[in-house]
Write a protein that binds this ligand. Sequence first.
Ligand SMILES: [Zn+2]
Length: 148
Amino acid sequence: MKKILIGITILLISGCGSRGTDPYFSPYVDADKDYCEIYNGEGCSLIGIIYISFKDTLESEGLFDDAYCYRGQISINLLSWAGMDEDQRQIIILHELGHCAFGMKDNHTVDETGRPTSIMYYSPMVISPYWKEYKDDYLREFFGGDSL
Ligand SMILES: [Zn+2]
């Protein structure tokens, strides 16, 4: 019994709650884990261990990006997030998971029409007008797996 109590105490101090991702982001993370598995991505479990939280612009150190990955943690600019639609939110979380979970880098690749071909496009909000039509292509390219 004592061991169980110690175990629970350690869990409470070190694990859940204090360091877990803000539960607010769970639906996005769960969806991305599902996509990873559907598209035969590798290391899908890494998605769940990345810490994601809001960063108040006023508290940030002069960083005005919509979001960024730093030392394995994703920070989302609360003001930017408030102005995003659901597609844009999905894109930004995936983009930052690309950096934080998979070590991917930004790219500048566009197709002949000027459409970014990757979720890792350096300015991910540019993707949003194309998202609905090309979602399958983006997810396939991102996870490196097969098309649906
Ligand atoms: Zn990026």
